[in-house]
Design a protein around this ligand. Structure first.
Ligand code: XMP
Length: 430
């Protein structure tokens, strides 16, 4: 392994990630592990230079205070304890260490080298993947989102054609999205890529379904079904690659912290399709995943793209999806993205998209009354998607986008701009 590591053991702190980030910012790799890690598991993590026992407000679980396996205290690693009553450590602190205390521990006590960078991270992960997979095969659902794309690029680097990627086009992708997945992964990276055009199948299942949650459920379960059918056609696959990243693990709950939301990244496949997981990004934060993608040679447009919901344009074509309105969402979204890029807003605004409601309004075209759809533009900024504010888009830019939508997109006679912050509005409309 190329990089030294400081291990943070989670003894009930909600601030494990703060320490991990601080240590990584010092140039030293750091991983967070549960408090009940065994000595054997710890020894398997090579190059561990020291351990931070990180206690906190969730220290008591089911009425008992959590502690590490006592054998770990005698295993020779330098240890620092934060808000964790024990006398067996080099340093015991009541609160999170300030930078100089952490620096002193990492560099003077643990003697760690500042050798954490993306090149070394990738080299280490490639070695770990090769060790885990050997000459066997890995299956990956490649949506084209940031996380699955970066995992794919990492796996291609590690095991090449032993990776089988399946890209399911559910018909709710943005304009040219599937084409760009094929172009980057098949043509440039020579991936073993299976393309499944399931658009008709999804639109058929969604016909007449207006309830947003029902739509989400259908899209999610149909996706798993299509992927499962493809998996069954393949032989000799032992592993499933996944783009799990560190925030997914935190949100799904740790041994000392409650679940924020369930994660659909994991699971969903039937019992008899049992795969071992390969998750090379599971220790990375989102910005690190992007840096990793750039280092692996993925195009910037793919790595720095705005968030896009799993159910895709399906939740932006409001109510029961129809083909004409879905087309209007897709075309207006493409125009919005083009014009935002031209105005330099694509790198500034956190998320921007269009929606088309399921009602018509009166207008006039070619001197005649028309009855057509409306496109609503949404452009918001946020840090964590929990609350969001509206981007004050320049009037001229909005004017250009409106002109283009009205002249280039069929069945539309009106364009609106959504001024609502979150709360009370959510970012998406459904
Ligand atoms: P809301 O609408 O809840 O959105 O304010 C917050 C963020 O989550 C995204 N979003 C989704 N992402 N599946 C996803 O993968 C979904 O069903 C989904 N719904 C909302 C939304 O785009 C925004 O970034």
């Amino acid at each position: 392994m190329k990089q030294d590591m400081i291990v943070i053991l989670d003894l009930g702190s909600s601030r494990n990630t703060d320490i991990a980030r601080q240590i990584r910012d010092m140039g030293v790799y750091s991983e967070i592990h549960p408090h009940d890690i065994t000595i054997e598991e710890l020894k398997k993590l090579e190059n561990v230079k020291g351990i931070v026992l990180n206690g906190g407000e969730n220290r008591v679980v089911d009425g008992a205070a959590v502690d590490i396996d006592p054998a770990l205290y005698g295993c020779g690693y330098p240890m620092m304890a934060v808000d964790h009553p024990t006398a067996k450590c080099e340093r015991i602190l009541k609160e999170l260490p300030d930078e100089s205390a952490l620096r002193a521990f990492v560099f003077d006590v643990c003697k760690a080298q500042a050798n954490w960078n993306m090149k070394n991270f990738i080299a280490d992960q490639v070695e770990l993947i090769r060790r885990q997979v050997g000459d066997r095969k890995v299956l990956l659902a490649l949506s084209g989102g940031v996380d699955s794309s970066v995992v794919a690029a990492m796996l291609i680097k590690a095991i090449g054609k032993q990776l089988v990627c399946v890209h399911v086009n559910h018909g709710l992708m943005r304009k040219n999205e599937s084409e760009s997945v094929i172009q980057v992964f098949k043509d440039q990276l020579h991936a073993n890529l299976i393309y499944v055009d399931a658009a008709e199948r999804f639109l058929g299942k969604l016909e007449g379904v207006a309830d947003p949650e029902e739509k989400r459920k259908i899209i999610g379960s149909e996706f798993i079904r299509v992927f499962e059918e493809e998996a069954r056609k393949l032989e000799g696959i032992d592993f499933l690659g996944q783009g799990t990243i560190y925030p997914d693990i935190i949100e799904s709950g740790t041994k000392t912290a409650k679940m924020v939301k369930s994660h659909h990244n994991v699971g969903g496949l039937p019992e008899d399709l049992k795969f071992e997981l390969v998750e090379p990004l599971k220790q990375l934060f989102k910005d690190e995943v992007r840096a990793c993608g750039v280092e692996l040679g993925l195009p910037e447009g793919m790595v720095y793209r705005q968030p896009f919901p799993g159910p895709g344009l399906g939740v932006r074509c409001l109510g029961a999806i129809t083909r004409d309105r879905l087309e209007a969402v897709r075309e207006s979204d493409a125009i919005l993205r083009e014009e935002f890029a031209r105005a330099g807003l694509d790198k500034k605004v956190w998320q921007y998209f269009t929606v088309v409601p399921d009602f018509k309004s009166v207008g006039v075209k070619d001197n005649a009354r028309c009855f057509d759809y409306m496109v609503i533009i949404r452009a918001i900024n946020t840090v964590d998607a929990m609350s969001a504010s509206v981007e004050r888009v320049d009037w001229d830019v909005l004017g250009r986008i409106t002109d283009r939508i009205l002249s280039e997109v069929g069945n539309v006679n009106r364009v609106c701009f959504d001024m609502s912050p979150k709360p009370p509005a959510t970012i998406e409309f459904e």
